[in-house]
Design a protein around this ligand. Structure first.
Ligand SMILES: N[C@@H](CCC(=O)N[C@@H](CS)C(=O)NCC(=O)O)C(=O)O
Length: 233
């Protein structure tokens, strides 16, 4: 084991095809002991009520670690690195720290916001009366394309420019090791490739970055342990 910190009590409360995959990759990078408690999604795709018993938000990821119960993938990533990265392999340097902080928080604070809007718009028709569903679908598709896609496109343009300035095969913050920004950014970049391929098509640095992460042994082990994850094909 790479760490001598006691972490037997660390449990990842996991949903397939979710942001929880970020935490699996991180835990595999650190090679610390942990347990996965997997929850099946409801037929609607929502998290089952059992997750609410772990944390009031009822979403994944959540970790329990001794007395600590922590939700929010960004908070979890920062907590785990702070507590368990005893060899310093996931730390930033002075020159990469600010960029790392920015992208660690940009991921959920900005980039995931329009994706969440798209997800809600996509689900809205099935919640409406059957007869009106085609009309609702038309409206939600229009809103999704008009309100969310331009925002995602702007973010992806910024990311492509950022990555294009980094030497090849470096991580998001510009160093030679992954840092919290990588664990946070991979998920929305995978979503972009899967859901909006037309926006990513010409972004070769972004695609090369995602491909580099997908080839990492720790990332692959995380995929094997997590069960279902359809964003890394
Ligand atoms: N901002 C939160 C979002 C958590 C979240 O929305 N998780 C989704 C999976 S990616 C979830 O649990 N969805 C099921 C549901 O909302 O019922 C984070 O970064 O952890």
């Amino acid at each position: 084991m790479a760490s001598n910190v006691q972490s037997e009590a660390l449990v990842l409360h996991h949903l397939g095809n979710s942001r929880s995959q970020r935490i699996l990759w991180l835990l595999e990078e650190l090679e610390i002991p942990y347990t996965i408690k997997a929850y099946p999604r409801l037929p609607s795709g929502e998290a089952p009520p059992e997750l609410r018993a772990v944390h009031p938000m009822g979403k994944s990821p959540v970790i329990t670690d001794g007395n600590v119960v922590l939700a929010e993938s960004g908070a979890i990533v920062e907590y785990i690195i702070k507590k368990y990265d005893s060899t310093g392999k996931l730390q930033t340097s002075k020159s990469t720290a600010v960029v790392n902080t920015y992208y660690t928080h940009f991921s959920e604070g900005s980039l995931m916001v329009p994706f969440t809007f798209k997800y809600i718009m996509n689900r809205a028709p099935e919640l409406g009366p059957w007869l009106l569903r085609p009309l609702i679908r038309y409206i939600t598709n229009t809103l999704s394309a008009a309100a969310a896609d331009p925002s995602i496109e702007g973010s992806l343009d910024m990311i492509e420019e950022h990555l294009s300035k980094l030497p090849e095969k470096t991580y998001f913050a510009g160093g030679s090791n992954p840092t919290s920004a990588d664990f946070m950014m991979i998920f929305p970049l995978e979503l972009s490739i899967q859901l909006l391929p037309q926006l990513v098509d010409t972004k070769r640095h972004l695609k090369a970055y995602v491909e580099m992460i997908h080839q990492l042994p720790a990332f692959k082990r995380g995929i094997e342990k997590g069960g279902s994850y359809s964003y890394a094909n």
